[in-house]
Structure formats: structure tokens, C-alpha cells
Design a protein around this ligand. Structure first.
Ligand code: ZN
Length: 377
């Protein structure tokens, strides 16, 4: 039997060290370009149908978030549409995936991938709605378009709401979230979406990091920049993605911003706010609380018990999108985190946290935003 391990495709990432024995396949995750970060993997295994395979990622313990491997199960798919979880364990150094493929070709990934081809399809699907237009804000360092969807036109006097995703490209659940968010927002028969669009326009960046996405990075762009540490002083040389979106925010204004991510370690859906900014106020605290309450009502997966520690006053990192936007625009600004693993409060043995759960959460966010839209200014 001759096995093949490959990752030379959109979003692929693995180095194959040895595939001579299906019971002892040795792999390593490649670092993000010009960066020490790594954790995202996505590869294809061919020629192992019926074989008891043991795939060992030997550098897992040196990855960006080793805690992410505890209680984690790798995602696998035969058709690249349905992703299921497979037996995985972590001994503190090596991540071991055990699987007996039923077909000649099987894909494995850190989470269900979201390719740039699918991104192009999502943008095209969204543009079928007459109230949506596209602004290409500029080019990335690899020469890809940075897409901004403008929903609801220019209507003066309306509030301007922003949603951005995938500053960290390996957090593919953020763009699955976008599918659910955009589809519900553009459903003309949906009451919450209609109410929202009567009062607000939206500015949506479904993928902030096309280069990192295509290169198979966890956390950085082509130049090794962690985009969510670039917001205070982005440059066109190092972080054009942030420079271009920030300039668009300055032109159009911001009354609300949601920055969508995934968290490697915590098996929960949670929000992180901007409590530590110098300009934090009773008004922002009230909006923050109201949005959390609205999302609790709208989504069974959201919770407020678990999450990051809250920044004490004045200690916010203004290099991060949520803090920079809240401070600059005196606006409600939040980071939404979804798990790579599963929702421990409502686990799914087959799929873990999944594209479908991410889409449902995106749809629920339309309702939660609609519930507070009147009070944003
Ligand atoms: Zn992130």
C-alpha cells in the first residue's frame, strides 16, 4: 500500500515526516509565514482505505495554544461537506489521531475548513440581494481582494453596524458564522432582520485575512502580522487588511462592532467586551449587558458563566479591534468567541462544534442586535 499525505491546496497545512507505515504516520504543522504561531492543520490522506491509521502530529506540544489539544477531537470528511470528529488524544507533546478510513481519500482538519473559493461563493450569494453592494477596499500582500459588503445602502441618519470575521484565519468557524448571519439578515421574510434593516445599515467583512486563510495559517497574514494586534497603528506594508478596514470605518462611522473569532481552549461560546478602555462608561456598560441578555434569549449556545477575565479599568490593549473601535467611536464593540472543541453545555458526540452550530449562532446574532439597535446611539 502506498500512502499519500498532501496539503498543496487552499488552506492546506501539514509537513509529512514519514508515511511509510499507516500505523505510524508522523506529521508536523508548519508555522505561519514569518511567525512562530502554528496550530491550524488541513491535509488529505489517500490510499489508506480499511487501514487502522495512527497519525501523530509530533510538534503539537509546541503549538500556539497547547491547551487547545486537551479534550480536542480532529475533524474529518470524505466529501468536504460533512465533517465528523475522530478519536484523538494528546499526551502533552504529541497529538495522535486514530482512524480507519472507509474511502481512498479522506481529509483531516483542525476545524471544518472555509476556503477562499467558498468565500467567493458567499460574497456572490450575498450580492444577489438588491440591497447589498460590494466595495473592494484594496489588495492584500498576496494580491487578493479585501471584500466589504455594504448592506442597506447609504441612508443618512441610520446607524452603522459592523461585523468582521477571521482576523485569525485558522478560526474558520468565524466565516461559517458569517453564512448564518448574512443569510438571516437578507431573508426578506424574517421579522428581526427587517426590523434591523429599517433602522440600520451594515458593513460586513466576511474574511479579514484572505492571505492567512489561503496559506493555511492559524493567526497571521502573509507578513506574519497578527491582525488583532495592529489596530492602533496599521501600515499598508505590514497590515493592509486592518489599515483598509480602519479607514473605511473612519469614513462611514461605527455605532456597533462585532469581531468574530474562535477560541482554541475554552469549550464555550462567549463574548469579550471593552471594559478596560479609557472611555468606558455607564452607557457602554448598559449596552454591553443588554446585548448579552438579548443573545442569551436568541441562542441556546451562548452563555455568560465562562470566558476571558474582564480587563480592569484602563488596562485594555488598544491594538485589538474591539478595544480600539470602542475607544475611537464610543460604540458598543464586542469580540465573539466560538469553540474549536465543542459546547460543553450541549455537546454533539458526532460533530462537536460545527459549521451548522456556527451558522445558527450567526443567525441568532441578527435577533440580538435587532433587540438593542434602537439604543446604540
Ligand atoms: Zn481569534
Amino acid at each position: 500500500m502506498s500512502l499519500t499525505i498532501s496539503s498543496g491546496f487552499d488552506g492546506g497545512n501539514i509537513a509529512c515526516l514519514d508515511s511509510s507505515d499507516p500505523a505510524d504516520i508522523r506529521l508536523a504543522i508548519r508555522k505561519d509565514n514569518y511567525s512562530g504561531f502554528f496550530q491550524w492543520f488541513h491535509f488529505r490522506l489517500c490510499g489508506a482505505r480499511g487501514a487502522e491509521c495512527r497519525l501523530r502530529i509530533v510538534n503539537a506540544g509546541e503549538s500556539a495554544y497547547p491547551e487547545g489539544w486537551r479534550g480536542y477531537r480532529a475533524a474529518a470528511s470524505y466529501d468536504r461537506r460533512t465533517w465528523f470528529r475522530v478519536d484523538t488524544d494528546y499526551d502533552g507533546a504529541v497529538l495522535t489521531i486514530r482512524h480507519r478510513p472507509e474511502r481512498d481519500s479522506v481529509w483531516y482538519a483542525y476545524f471544518a475548513p472555509y476556503s477562499m473559493e467558498r468565500h467567493a461563493d458567499l460574497v456572490a450569494e450575498t450580492l444577489a440581494a438588491p440591497i447589498v453592494s460590494l466595495s473592494v477596499l484594496g489588495r492584500t500582500l498576496d494580491g487578493q481582494d479585501l471584500d466589504l459588503l455594504r448592506i442597506g445602502g447609504d441612508a443618512p441618519g441610520k446607524r452603522v453596524l459592523w461585523a468582521i470575521a477571521r482576523q485569525h484565519p485558522g478560526e474558520t468557524m468565524a466565516e461559517w458564522w458569517m453564512e448564518g448571519f448574512l443569510r438571516r439578515l437578507l431573508d426578506p421574510a424574517d421579522a428581526a432582520a427587517r426590523a434591523l434593516l429599517e433602522r440600520c445599515v451594515l458593513r460586513v467583512v466576511p474574511n479579514m485575512n484572505p492571505d492567512g486563510s489561503r496559506r493555511g495559517h492559524l493567526r497571521t497574514n502573509a507578513a506574519g502580522a497578527n491582525l488583532n494586534r495592529e489596530w492602533d497603528a496599521p501600515t499598508m506594508e505590514r497590515s493592509p487588511e486592518v489599515a483598509l478596514v480602519r479607514a473605511a470605518m473612519e469614513r462611514e462611522g461605527v455605532d456597533f462592532c462585532l469581531d468574530v473569532h474562535g477560541d482554541e481552549a475554552l469549550p464555550y461560546v462567549f463574548l469579550a467586551g471593552a471594559e478596560g478602555i479609557p472611555g468606558w462608561s455607564g452607557r457602554l456598560a448598559g449596552l454591553d449587558r443588554d446585548f448579552r441578555e438579548a443573545l442569551l434569549k436568541a441562542s441556546p449556545d451562548f452563555q455568560t458563566e465562562r470566558g476571558y477575565p474582564i480587563n480592569s479599568p484602563g488596562t485594555a490593549n488598544l491594538q485589538m479591534c474591539t478595544n480600539w473601535v470602542a475607544q475611537r467611536f464610543d460604540a458598543l464593540s464586542l469580540t465573539l468567541e466560538q469553540p474549536f472543541k465543542d459546547n460543553a453545555n450541549a455537546p454533539d458526540a458526532e460533530a462537536g462544534w460545527s459549521p451548522e452550530r456556527s451558522r445558527r449562532l450567526g443567525a441568532a446574532c441578527v435577533e440580538a442586535i435587532a433587540a438593542i439597535a434602537d439604543r446604540l446611539r
